[in-house]
Design a protein around this ligand. Structure first.
Ligand SMILES: NC(=O)c1ccc[n+]([C@@H]2O[C@H](COP(=O)([O-])OP(=O)(O)OC[C@H]3O[C@@H](n4cnc5c(N)ncnc54)[C@H](OP(=O)(O)O)[C@@H]3O)[C@@H](O)[C@H]2O)c1
Length: 284
């Protein structure tokens, strides 16, 4: 039987990627995509009405407040979207027996680790965005057993605004760039993440809980920019700088251990360079 799957926040880069790939799964999944203008997840009345009048097996929550720096001043808005609305989503999923697939972040960690973070490592966000996302996770765990919380890192895609596209466009215009070396993490393609999400649905994985999903390997923002520059033959345009001042603190090390994901999929993950190359090819 086909799974009926709701995707909230469908106009974000992850939502758009899932929509883009959805044609590969038409025999297995009926997707319903809703943007913020169609379903504002902070409006608990319309949320409940929406779930009352529709019938879903899964909800993939791609809706989020994602501006890390602005979340330092717009804290209440970030908490409203990333935590309070997520609580309402989880409550509705429980009432209507829907499996919630929620996306969270490496920024729930403080970056003091010297090895990749496991799913059960202690969390300690160092900015308001990370704190708001952690509150969201905690609400889900309290409300709903049937959930997947997928923490991911440094997302990019051919859609919307993201680091990979920004660097690509600037290098295409032959701009000179200085990029920071202080933070280490793993760039993750929305395509790879979308394929993992659909894998969970198609294979009816029932090992619910928290998963860390990223590509294989690690780098710095400078390393990522340099790799894009190599693809465009523009390495002399990119120079390293230790750090830039920013409103929000960011973890210096936020590499996620993906062992649990690999145990489920029984497949190695793409190296981050392989997935970056694919997106750059699609932009070229
Ligand atoms: N981007 C990253 O590097 C990164 C890293 C780790 C984890 N994540 C997580 O991955 C998920 C997907 O991120 P993304 O990069 O795809 O984010 P995104 O591009 O910023 O998309 C988020 C979407 O949510 C929508 N939205 C905001 N408030 C909403 C509301 N009240 N109701 C319904 N929709 C609402 C936004 O609409 P508007 O644009 O109209 O406001 C936007 O379309 C998020 O949970 C994020 O926290 C992202």
């Amino acid at each position: 039987m086909k799974s009926k799957v709701l995707v909230t926040g469908a106009n974000g880069q992850l939502g758009k990627t899932i929509r883009d790939l959805s044609t590969n799964f038409t025999k297995l999944i009926d997707f319903v995509f809703v943007e913020k203008s169609e379903l504002d997840i902070t409006n608990s009345k319309s949320l409940t009405l929406f779930f009352e009048t529709n019938d879903f097996d899964y909800c993939i929550n791609c809706a989020a407040y994602t501006n890390v720096d602005l979340a330092e001043s717009e804290t209440e808005i970030a908490i409203d979207i990333n935590a309070n609305a997520v609580k309402s989503l989880a409550e509705n999923c429980k009432t209507y027996n829907i499996i919630l697939i929620h996306i969270s972040t490496d920024y729930v960690f403080d970056g003091q680790s010297t090895r990749p973070y496991n799913e059960d490592d202690p969390t300690h966000p160092i900015n308001n965005y990370g704190a708001s996302k952690l509150f969201g996770e905690e609400h889900i765990r309290k409300q709903l057993d049937n959930h997947f919380i997928i923490r991911t890192s440094w997302l990019y895609s051919k859609f919307n605004k993201n680091f990979v596209k920004t660097i690509f466009n600037k290098l295409k215009n032959d701009e000179k760039l200085t990029v920071i070396t202080s933070q280490k993490g793993t760039p993750t393609s929305c395509v790879d993440l979308s394929n993992f999400i659909t894998f969970l649905i198609i294979n009816r994985v029932s090992n619910f809980g928290t998963y860390h999903f990223s590509a294989e390997g690690e780098t710095t923002w400078y390393g990522l920019a340099l790799h894009i520059a190599q693809l465009l033959d523009k390495t002399s345009n990119v120079s390293p700088i230790k750090d830039y001042p920013s409103k929000a603190k960011r973890p210096l090390y936020s590499v996620l251990s993906t062992k649990k994901v690999e145990q489920v999929t029984k497949k190695p993950l793409n190296h981050w360079k392989v997935s970056v190359d694919e997106v750059i090819k699609s932009l070229s």
